[in-house]
Design a protein around this ligand. Sequence first.
Ligand code: HSE
Length: 297
Amino acid sequence: KKIKIQVPATVANLVCGFDILGMAIHEPYDEMELKLLDSPEIIIRHTDHFGLPEEPSKNVAGVVLLNIQQHLKLTTGFEVIIHKHIKPGSGLGSSAASAAGAALGANILLGNILSDEEMVHFAMYGEELASGVRHADNIAPCIYGGITLVKSSSPIDIIPLNTPDLFVTAVHPQVEVKTSDARQILKKNILLKDAVEQWGNIAGLVAGILKNDIPLMGRSLNDVLIEPVRSILIPQFNEIKTKSLQAGALGGGISGSGPSIFMLAEKKETAESIARLMKSAYNEIDIESFVYVSKIN
Ligand code: HSE
C-alpha cells in the first residue's frame, strides 16, 4: 500500500500566542509518499537538495515513525519519500510538516488507528529532534487545519478554533536564525503589567477568531513579550511591519522563531501589495527573499 499526501506550512506563534497559537496555510506545502514495508525497517529519502539527514534516528520524520513502530510493536516498516518545498530554517514549520506528515501518513497506512492527539504526541518527537523542544504549536494546525490553540502540550490538550477567511503574506529572507538561539535570548522573567497586556491580547485574539470579529483580531495582534526581543535578529523587520500596516494589513509578526515575517490581510490586493513591499525591502539591502501569498488552510 502506498499513499501520497500534502502537508502544509504553518505559522506558529500567531503574534501574541507564543508556543500556543498557530495556523496552517495553503502554500508552501510538502509532498510525502509513504509505503508500508513487510520488514521492520524505516527508509527515508529526499528529492531536494537541502541536505537533511536520511538516517531514521536523525531525521524528523524518521524519529516519529520509529516511535510509532516501537509504541505499537509493529513488525512492519515504512518507506518515505519527502519532496520538501517548505525551506528548512524558514520559520514556516518545515520540520513540523515532516513530523506531522509522518504521523498522518503512518496513521492512514495503518487504518486510522491513532487519534488526533496521538498523532500530535508522536509528531512532537520530530520537533524535539529539530529544536530540542517538544512544542506543538506548528504540529497541531498541520494535523487539525485552520488555527489551533495548544492549551497544553503535556498532557496534550488541543483546541481547534476556526479558519478565518484571511490572506497571509509571508516573506522568507535568506538569513539564518536558529530556533535554539531565538529561544535562548528570550527573557526568563517578565513584568506583571506586560503579562496582563499579553494575555489581554491573546484572549482578544481567540475571541476574535471564534466570533469571526476581524477588527477585534486586528486590535489583538500585538506581542509585547517576544517580538521586541526577537525582531532584532531579523533585518528590515520594523520597516516591513510599519509599511504593511500602512498598506492595510490587519497585523502580523515573526513566523515561528524567524527569519520569516507574515502579515494577515482581508483583501487579496492588500496581500499582494504587502508581498511587493516585502520583496523590495530585501532587494534594497541585497538580501535574497522568497515571498508567498496564501490563505489560512
Ligand atoms: N513556538 C516556537 C518558537 C516555534 O517560537 O520558538 C519555533 O519553531
